[in-house]
Structure formats: structure tokens, C-alpha cells
Design a protein around this ligand. Sequence first.
Ligand SMILES: [Zn+2]
Length: 503
Amino acid sequence: MKLFKFFAVSSAVGATERPETDDVFMNQCQAAYLESKGIKIDQEMIIEDDCDKEGEENRAAVGTVTRWTNLWDPAENKFIVPYYFAEGYEDLVFGKHTGARSMEVINENVAHFERLTCIKMKLITEVEKDDYTSVIRVYGDDPNKECSSGIGRSFGDSFVHMRADCYTWNEGTTINHEFMHRLGFLHEHSRADRDEHVTIHANKVNDWNYRKLTYGPSDIGQWEDLNSPYDFNSIMHYYSGTQPDGLPTISVAGNLAVRAPVDRTWPMSDQDAFQLNAYQGCEMNNKCADAGPNRCGAPFHVCLNQPIGYECVCVVGFERVIDADGVQTCIRSPDPTSEPTPPPAKLVQDMVVMIDGSGSYSGYREATCDGLKTLIRRGIDIEEKRNEKFRFGFTLYSDRTFMTEEFTRTSSRVYDLAMPLVDVSTFVKDDGKTIDEGKLDDVKQSCITRLGSMYGGGDWEEDVLSGAIWTRSADAMNWSEDSAKSIIVATDVHYWTQERGLT
Ligand SMILES: [Zn+2]
């Protein structure tokens, strides 16, 4: 296939006849896809677009046609299609036409997309292009590429070639024609239903730019019926040239001698705009404005246009919650820069009762160990009313330390007779409020038994200090690291005062 050729223009066919050229290219993946369908693609029809680097999300679309639905701006109510001119474009010259003038006219023409469709062509600089996944790169330094484009959106640069004279072609409609290719459109005369309206000359029927597409979802070789009538005014319709046998390249259906009545509408036809909006899946109206001032129904919302309909979202610093009735509201978000406030730690109260074991008369034992029960009840009461965790235990002490070294780790008399700290909550039943009296009695009984194991009486000075040091330092007591610690000395004052005659 020979590319880039002009058709001879016969003076006999009238002033509306324009030269047409092969103008639509494809990337490697699209070509491979077509070849897998049995359509032979000339290597010269393949351009340098990347086709398979956009990541898994679009991998399924690679080789077909990717739409510019990746960048929706709800404030603009548009899909944004960024484009930039390659460096040096304004200095191009072709004949009497300059790149600087071409840039002006291209900008004026593509601005009509914004007015007529939900696409906004956004002019950016080459530096800014790195901010976008996909951009259209307008360049024009290859005279042989004339006015041409790839199909759909590529990753990175999507090339549109605009020689410095392209803005003059077909009364300016060639500019948006090439951009429409980039938006995913093929030629109007390639529609799957075109045989009802036109006949393509046998010389051109296998030319990619004239090939009849098959019905199907929009694809590199397919035509999606977007419910628009065949359109001789479309900017995507070629004007008809004349073939060597004198017949039109495109004639009316079934009459090879009658030239197809193509008359492109600048800047695009109504059907071009309609098809593009349908292809993008969007409504043109401002959905938020149409919905009225209280469209989101609650404070701290903003309305965002979507391609179809609108969305109510919370303003910055607020987040959306939906109540049981399905009504949404916006509440202030927690400050992400501050740590969540932890609940205040419970104060641990560790209390050990140090009981005099030397005065272990049975009456004394009974009264002292009964006191433990009272202590546990009060501890439970404190836990219930205050943010405290209350633990208790007991140790024994004696007046005979100097004789038998009770307060050493090897002493079974004191060390093993101590009761380590336990949480008073373990004396509450599963219902969380009833005190387990049986367990209280067990503690009392255990206390009495242990007390009875100490020396039975004596008349020596009692060694409270040694007992306290041992109680405070023994690992066996299981003190909490961060507890408030206290030791209660339970001594047989009554016994002493009576015996020593102090009362
Ligand atoms: Zn074209």
C-alpha cells in the first residue's frame, strides 16, 4: 500500500472536491489486534504510541480503543483531554503557512469541543504533561505525515501530526477531524451501515481509511451504533476524490456515477457532537445546577457533577455518614494529625495486709482474717465507683526472725504462706454485680490456716520492719509495676496492750 498520496482532482467534479489522504494510524497493539482478525496492516500504518504500559486496569483495552474517560473534572463538568505542542512547533514552516499561525487556529478549533461536548481540550505546556497519564502531543515536523492521527488514548503521548498547513484543509475541519480520531472515532463512511448510503470505489474498498467496520462495541475494527443517523455533514466523512476510471471514490449507494453529497459542517456537525457525548457516556447539562440549591440536603456538602447525574460529597474536613433512615449527613472528621485520645488508664491499687502471725490465738485469727473479707468488699465497691483496679494480698510476720530467719526466700514459714495480690473483681460472679460469698469464705479460711502455721505465740519484740521490707520486695507478691502500693500492718494491739498493762 502506498501511503500519503493525493488523489488527482478532476476539474469536472466541481469546486467542492477536496484532496483526501490516508490519515489514520494505529499503535502496535491495535495493529496486532486487527491482524488477529485477519485484517492485514501495512507497517507504515503503525505509529510510535505506547500501547501497553498503562497498567493492569487498561490491559484488557490494549489493542482496542481506549477512551478519554480517565480524567473527569466535576467543576468543569467535562472530561479533560490535555494537549500540548511539541517544542519548536511554532517555528515550523510549510509553504506560506507557519507553525505559529497553525497553533492559533488549532486552539480556536479544539475549543469547540468544550462548547459542544463533554470533552474539554486543555492546552498545557510540555513541562506539565508529566502530571497526566495521557496527553495529546501535537507535532508537525514530518511533511510526509501531513495531517494524521492515531486512534483513541494511549499511555503517555498520543500523537497528532499537524503539518503547518493542516489548519487550512477542508475549511478548517481537518483539525477537529484528527482530534476526533484521537478521541476514538474512525470515519463516518466506514460505519457498518454505510452501504445503505454510500458505495466505495473498488480501488479503495480495502484501504484502511475506507474499510467498512463490523457491528460491535466501539473497537479498532468495529462500529458501535450510537443511535445517530448517517451523516454526510460529519467532519469524519471524507470528501470524494476521483479514481482513474473517472468515477468518484465515494458515490451514493448503488449509483457509482453520482458523487456522495459530502458537506462537512464546521467546527463539527450536530451528530458529531451527539456521537461524541454518547461515546463518552455523559450528559451535557449541568446536573448540579439543574438539581437546585438544596440538592444535597444538608450542610457541609458540595455537589459534584458526574458524567451522568451528580454526587454529593462532604467538604474538606468532614466525612459522610448515612443514618438508619438512609439520610446522609457530613460530620467533622477526626484530625488526622493528632493521635486518638486513649481512654484514661485505670489506677491500680495494690494493697498487702501484713498480719502478725505470732499472736495466732484462734480468736485473733478469726477476727483478722474476717477483716480481709471487709477489705475485698470495699475494693469491689471502689472498682465500681472509680476508674480503679483494686488488688489485695497478705503476708505474715513474726517476732522470731532472729532465731529462724523467716524472711528469707528459703523460709517456708513466711514466703510460702504469703498470698500474692489478686484482683478483687475475681470475687464478683459472672453477672458483674453479685459478690461470690463462697470465695470470700475460702480466702478467710486460707488466711486462718496460714496464720496457724506460724509460731504459736511469743513474748519477743515483733519485727515489723523486716516484714515490711520482705513484703515490699518479694517477687512472689506480684506487685504491678505502675500500681499505687500500700501495706497495712494488722497487729494484735489488743493483745499487747492487755498483756503489758498499758490500758
Ligand atoms: Zn481521518
